[in-house]
Design a protein around this ligand. Structure first.
Ligand code: ADP
Ligand code: MG
Length: 253
């Protein structure tokens, strides 16, 4: 459901995944996933390593091609062979465990390059957007710093600001704090919490159970390429129904 301007309306599905299967050769990694994320919702995906969480996120913006099933983003079926996937991808911000900043560009340069090349913004316009987003992640004073001079947590916040500078309608996060020293995790989670408070639609793969408990509207537990259970965090994280969820939480909590 899209409005006249192409924006998704409140309560409409921002992401709709149906019967999604993904195999790599003989390895069946996703075995029929059904997930809906509504506009403004924060959904956390938890589950053991190898359960297919990253593959699921990568199928949402077609970094991986699904073997079968459908994925809709903001009402557009991205699995339709005729879709302009670059246009859809521009509406999706993605943040990975590895920050993937350009080492030869300053923080400001990292935030302006795609705006200029992909969106065709002028330098002053791109810089204005970049500065606004560096402020948003608490790094206004670091615009001239190169990645090597920033801490891991600061680099990840630059990566988030870079994604935000493209004006995404939704954000995908794949374990954004897993590569960080423990003392740097909090600043990144605080930025993500702020985005959630602003109403950003977010699908977040994370092992940070306190973040899932406090920020998520819903938590999805995946194991073996399938959704085992999902529900509000106070149910899934605090009072899980399935033995597999309980066993996983016993290991990470
Ligand atoms: P998670 O993010 O939950 O740890 P992944 O989605 O990364 O899980 O991986 C799920 C399974 O798919 C793993 O067994 C992994 O080795 C396999 N896998 C992921 N990407 C590829 C690929 N490009 N080629 C082959 N196997 C892959
Ligand atoms: Mg992963």
């Amino acid at each position: 459901m899209t409005g006249a301007g192409g924006m998704v309306q409140d309560g409409a599905a921002a992401i709709e995944v149906k019967a999604l299967h993904k195999s790599f050769g003989a390895l069946e990694v996703l075995r029929g996933i059904d997930i809906t994320v509504r506009r403004g919702e924060v959904v956390c995906v938890i589950g053991p390593s190898g359960s297919g969480k990253s593959t699921l996120l990568r199928c949402v913006n077609l970094l991986e091609e699904p073997t079968s099933g459908t994925v809709r983003v903001a009402g557009v079926e991205v699995t339709d062979p005729d879709v302009d996937i670059d246009r859809v991808r521009r509406r999706i911000g993605m943040v990975f465990q590895a920050f993937n900043l350009f080492p030869h560009l300053s923080a400001l340069g990292n935030l302006t390059i795609a705006q200029r090349r992909v969106l065709g913004r002028s330098r002053p316009e791109a810089e204005e957007v970049a500065r606004r987003n560096l402020r948003r992640v608490g790094l206004a004073e670091k615009e001239d710093s190169y990645p090597a001079r920033l801490s891991g947590g600061q680099q990840q916040r630059v990566a988030i600001a870079r994604a935000l500078s493209m004006g995404p309608e939704l954000m995908l996060f794949d374990e954004p704090t897993s590569a960080l020293d423990p003392e740097l995790v909090g600043d990144v989670l605080a930025v993500m919490r702020g985005l959630a408070d602003e109403g950003m639609t977010m699908l977040v793969v994370t092992h940070e159970m306190s973040f899932a408990r406090e920020v998520a509207d819903r938590v999805i537990f995946m194991d073996g390429g399938a959704v085992v259970e999902e529900g509000p965090p106070e149910q899934v994280v605090t009072d899980p129904r399935h033995a597999r969820t309980r066993a996983f939480l016993a290991r990470v909590l």
